[in-house]
Ligand binder design. Structure first.
Ligand code: ADP
Ligand code: ADP
Length: 239
């Protein structure tokens, strides 16, 4: 079975036009999928349906063959630990340090946060340090996140997603707040981890050129529907 299968998903927030209208696709291990489309197309809703931050109105999301909407709280937590997420506005705890934020990815819930490093094992801390170094943030380990640049914050976001050893990472406009140089670093890091650790990526983007450059596959979404599903070369044959 594919890693992730989205079948006939509908999402209605209210009585009007559905935000997602019969979305179906599936994704294999290590695949790098860019989702492109205008603002309001439904990209962020799609990601939120995949990890069940919101419930679908109809249809089904299956992760490793298991229907996500059927899971009880405990099993949903287990599935979510294999689904990392990174955000446009990073969603870090700004007053905490880099390593505290990265380790916090293990807990996955802000409500239990105290910032204490003592609760983590030496192994957990070592693994977090390794990831932080791999992302080029070694000299910032004990710096508070509110002192970092946007690009550095997003690298913390990537480390926090990776620390739980996910199978897939959902990225909601990860470079929308970054300048071109920082964007390039983030896209290259995402690509590198996807290749080296065989992690699948679903990356919402509004820059078509970035999608063409980095992804293996592009899903074009408009008005809640998939309007394109293919390789970058099919979207832009001259490349
Ligand atoms: P995108 O990420 O492509 O910009 P969204 O998924 O954010 O698109 O939005 C898709 C549609 O759903 C838009 O019309 C948006 O206004 C609507 N929408 C998104 N979130 C909500 C919400 N929480 N409640 C009601 N409508 C929403
Ligand atoms: P972004 O484009 O960064 O996702 P949005 O403005 O689309 O930001 O959404 C910001 C928040 O507002 C999200 O939590 C989304 O669910 C919510 N939202 C978006 N559109 C609507 C809407 N029409 N009604 C209610 N909430 C919405």
């Amino acid at each position: 079975a594919p890693l992730l299968e989205v079948s006939h998903v509908m999402k209605n927030y209210d009585g009007t036009r559905p935000a997602l209208d019969d979305i179906s696709f599936s994704i294999g291990k290590g695949e790098f999928v860019a989702v492109i489309g205008p603002s309001g197309a439904g990209k962020s809703t799609l990601l939120r349906c995949i990890n069940r931050m919101i419930d679908v109105s109809d249809g089904e999301v299956r992760f490793e063959g298991v229907s996500v909407s059927q899971l009880n709280r405990r099993d949903l937590k287990k599935v979510r630990s294999k689904i990392g997420m990174i955000f446009q506005h990073y969603n870090l705890v700004e007053r905490l340090t880099v390593i505290e934020n990265v380790l916090h990815g293990r807990l996955g819930s802000k409500s239990t946060l105290s910032g204490a490093l003592g609760r983590y094992s030496r192994d957990e801390k070592r693994q977090a340090m390794e990831l932080i170094s791999m992302l080029g943030l070694a000299e910032h380990v004990y710096q508070r996140c509110d002192r970092l640049s946007g690009g550095q914050k997003q690298r913390v976001g990537i480390a926090r997603a990776l620390v739980q050893d996910p199978k897939v990472i959902l990225c909601d406009e990860p470079i929308a707040s970054l300048d071109p140089n920082a964007s390039k670093v983030i896209m290259e890091q995402l690509k590198r981890f996807s290749n080296e650790m065989h992690i699948s990526l679903i990356v919402n983007l509004h820059q078509v050129d970035v999608a063409l450059r980095y992804s293996d596959r592009i899903l074009g979404v408009n008005k809640g529907r998939i309007v394109f599903d293919g390789r970058p070369s099919e979207l832009s044959p001259e490349r």
